[in-house]
Design a protein around this ligand. Structure first.
Ligand SMILES: [Zn+2]
Length: 420
């Protein structure tokens, strides 16, 4: 099956909520190519984001195709149906060629007893001392712990198989890239759990190319990682080692790699990720999304005049509707209400003040992570403005595009794929 789509070693997921930044985003991949590193763009948009902005998957496809054509990008690119499940997948069949099958909600749902027993029987290699190249200490696994992990994850992997086969039936074998995501859940998966999940994924026959586990630490929207960096680094390296082992042991596709759902801007783990992929010669898919929408606001504010007025209007509306806007993202934001400036105060800001508060420069004293998180989840406000907002994006394009490209290249692509 030589025509099967295979995701390259390095890829970046970008989100373009209002379908106006495709070219500016692709420009960041072009800059990477100019630095000698191939980073393949994947435009991702979840069903939730489509519902909030009132868009459809074909608009993501159209914007991606247009950007690729305009900039004569001759390498692969994909359109990711991000975080789909069996209820939402169908509207993405035509437009997407990358599917992030989200089974986090099924984790913990009991699998059939017979299926758990069959899994244990099929995988005697997991029992005992398992020494995985690249992992310091052997994993000690007994049958009880396999039963426990299988009971926790088997139903989720079976559901992933059901969705995978559904997509395959509609699109054809090898015509799409498959990611399985388990990041939107309460507790992180250990490398041992990840190994068993991959054994189960292989049993299901899922041609998985990227897997998004939940990592240790907090991945809040739009702001930096919060957690133990050393622990993260060890876990990340062990996950890579486990994936390499699963490729040999279970015959999952040889290009399988980790997908990091960053929730945007996890700057402090980018260094450890870069070191780990270099050390193991591994690939990575870095998924970002909302960071680009915030660059639109930064660009509007930087443009001044009407652009700045609109950025202030978005903040004011987001501030008044903050409770409602935060509900869908409650688990992944930590906003300190006391740190949110009042709209009246923001309305007095000059362009530089707005930009400095919003731009993610952790070293800047003016940077306000609560304001940034609120605006990150506040794209519904701009969506409600409709063409008034998107016309302004067009009018202020040069200022916005510069920020979008620079943000993706300098703050994301460079530290993760190229190294500082
Ligand atoms: Zn995710």
């Amino acid at each position: 099956m030589d025509s099967a789509l295979l995701l390259a070693k390095y890829s970046i997921g970008v989100g373009d909520r209002f379908a106006h930044q495709g070219k500016a985003q692709l420009q960041a991949c072009i800059k990477a190519a100019e630095s000698g590193v191939e980073v393949i763009p994947v435009w991702n948009k979840s069903n939730r984001e489509h519902n909030i902005t009132g868009s459809s998957p074909c608009s993501t496809r159209a914007a991606a195709d247009e950007a690729v054509k305009a900039l004569s990008w001759n390498k692969p690119y994909y359109v990711d149906a991000d975080h789909i499940n069996i209820q939402t997948v169908d509207r993405f069949i035509e437009a997407s060629d990358f599917y992030t099958i989200d089974v986090a909600d099924v984790i913990g749902q009991p699998a059939e007893f017979a299926a758990v027993q069959a899994f244990v029987k099929r995988h005697p290699e997991l029992v005992g001392e398992l020494l995985i190249p690249g992992v310091d200490r052997p994993f000690r696994i007994d049958t009880d712990s396999i039963v426990q992990v299988a009971a926790k994850y088997l139903a989720a992997v079976q559901e992933a198989g059901r969705i995978y086969r559904h997509i395959e039936e509609k699109k054809g074998r090898g015509k799409f890239i498959t990611e399985v995501s388990m990041d939107e859940t309460d507790s992180p998966q250990t490398p041992v759990e990840l190994l068993m999940v991959m054994a189960a994924v292989a049993d299901e026959g899922i041609r998985i190319q990227t897997i998004a586990p939940k990592f240790t630490g907090r991945f809040n929207k739009g702001v930096d990682y919060v957690g133990d960096l050393e622990k993260f680094s060890e876990e990340y390296s062990n996950d890579i080692a486990v994936i390499a082992f699963a490729i040999r042991q279970y015959g999952v596709p040889g290009n399988l790699k980790l997908s990091v759902h960053s929730g945007s801007d996890k700057f402090s783990i980018y260094g450890p990720i870069h070191q780990a992929i270099k050390k193991f010669d591994a690939g990575v898919h870095l998924k970002t999304a909302g960071t680009t929408w915030l660059e639109e606001l930064i660009g509007l504010a930087e443009a001044g005049g009407e652009g700045l007025d609109m950025a202030k209007e978005v903040y004011s509306e987001a501030y008044s509707h903050r409770e409602e806007l935060c509900v869908p993202y409650a688990a992944v934001i930590d906003i300190d209400p006391a740190k949110l400036p009042t709209p009246a105060a923001v309305n007095r800001w000059r362009s530089e003040q707005f930009v400095a508060a919003l731009r993610h420069d952790p070293k800047s004293p003016a940077y306000n992570s609560s304001l940034r998180q609120l605006l990150h989840v506040g794209f519904k406000v701009a969506a409600k403005m409709g063409t008034r907002y998107t016309d302004m994006l067009t009018a202020m394009e040069p200022t916005i595009a510069k920020n979008v490209t620079e943000n993706l290249f300098a703050r994301h692509i460079k530290p993760v794929f190229i190294g500082e």
